[in-house]
Design a protein around this ligand. Structure first.
Ligand code: AMP
Ligand code: MG
Length: 356
């Protein structure tokens, strides 16, 4: 349980970590704000609830849920996780029997991989490890970085490809649907769920908020943001969209009411620069190189977290034209910032976008 302080400055919440600040908000509701680190990223929560106790409870539950998701399911580093076990079984004839939750996730990832014609691909693990993306800082400074050897990169890329991944239904539901599947990775293939982890987290947070006393909340997990319920004064939630050309500033914001998921993928999030060349963390599965589609960031608005997160990555790889078409096919809204700093968005996104 974290310590509660009277709220005296909103700015303070931005510099404190692991601390929950609660205070009286408008209309008798209590406002709780916190900053934590979980899933290797910053988690910021703004929660409106009936009293401090319920706010603290909801906030603690969210952090515990994220830690559990990382520990038990998504981490490729932690031996305790399902992804670690799946990767360990790559090339084995027995494969690995997925949990129900992971069966759903992998099924959806394969569907989106197909839908995006391979632009989104969770089997890029060996390639992302070759680039050592996990060690890249948000600030973009990594000393002594050398890009991977071309030949090795091409060979490693050959180990990836969602179409080579096999899922065999093992437990079926009443209507014949797959409830649990066995996964078979080919030799050398490794899963990397980094492009959907934060989105999966939003979906779980939404469930958790639904069974809490929280009236309204904005929770951001890295580049993915969930809005939920209402502010006591009825105003819209404001979700800022970073300017990829100047990441300390916003280019605009989305004004949202009720439940939404907003995910952004940008070349400013994790990168290294060598001799004026920026190597960023979103790879084009066709080349194994950082995607170069003429966009600097993509923001997706959707009701579902996994979808918004997967699409932000896929649309970044595809660029404006194909990305817009993909978002449209998937029933999501998209906003692109191009290399020239131009903002291009789907018609539906215009309804929510506000800029000075
Ligand atoms: P995001 O910031 O959501 O776009 O996710 C980027 C992360 O997903 C990277 O750090 C990699 O771990 C992984 N990744 C990179 N490129 C791809 C891709 N084309 N498809 C799926 N995952 C990717
Ligand atoms: Mg993503």
């Amino acid at each position: 349980m974290r310590k509660i302080f009277n709220i005296f400055s909103k700015a303070l919440a931005c510099v404190l970590s692991g601390i929950l600040l609660c205070g009286c908000g408008a209309s008798g509701s209590v406002l709780c704000q916190s900053m934590d680190t979980a899933m290797g990223t910053v988690v910021a929560q703004t929660i409106f609830c009936p009293d401090e106790e319920s706010g603290e409870e909801a906030s603690d539950a969210i952090i515990e849920l994220l830690n559990q998701l990382e520990r038990q399911e998504l981490s490729w580093r932690l031996e305790t996780s399902e992804v670690f076990a799946v990767n360990g079984a790559a090339g084995s004839g027995d494969g690995f029997l997925l949990s129900k939750e992971m069966t759903l996730v992998i099924n959806e990832c394969l569907r989106l991989s197909e839908e995006s014609e391979g632009a989104f691909d969770v089997t890029l693990g060996s390639v992302t490890r070759l680039w050592n993306i996990d060690s890249w800082a948000a600030g973009g400074v990594t000393e002594g970085f050398v890009p991977p050897d071309r030949e090795l990169l091409i060979k490693t890329l050959g180990d990836s490809g969602s179409s080579k991944l096999r899922l065999e239904p093992e437990v079926r539901g009443d209507n014949g649907e797959t409830v649990q599947a066995r996964i078979f990775l080919t030799e050398g293939m490794q899963l990397d769920l980094g492009a959907v982890g934060k989105g999966i987290a939003l979906d779980l947070i939404l469930d958790s908020l639904g069974s809490s006393e929280v009236n309204g909340a904005v929770v951001s997990v890295g580049g993915s943001v969930l809005t939920y319920g209402r502010k006591p004064n009825g105003a819209a939630w404001k979700v800022g969209i970073r300017d990829p050309l100047n990441p300390s500033e916003n280019i605009g914001m989305l004004l949202l009411e009720g439940q939404w998921c907003v995910s952004t993928s940008g070349d400013y999030e994790r990168y290294v620069e060598v001799d004026g060349v920026r190597y960023h963390h979103i790879l084009d599965p066709a080349t194994g190189m950082p995607a170069d589609s003429g966009v600097r960031s993509v923001t997706i608005l959707s009701k579902e977290g996994l979808l918004s997160d997967a699409l932000s990555t896929a649309c970044f790889v595809l660029g404006v034209e194909k990305g817009m078409a993909l978002a449209d096919r998937c029933g999501a809204e998209a906003l692109f910032v191009t290399a020239e700093g131009e903002t291009v968005m789907t018609e539906g996104m215009e309804e929510y976008y506000w800029s000075e």
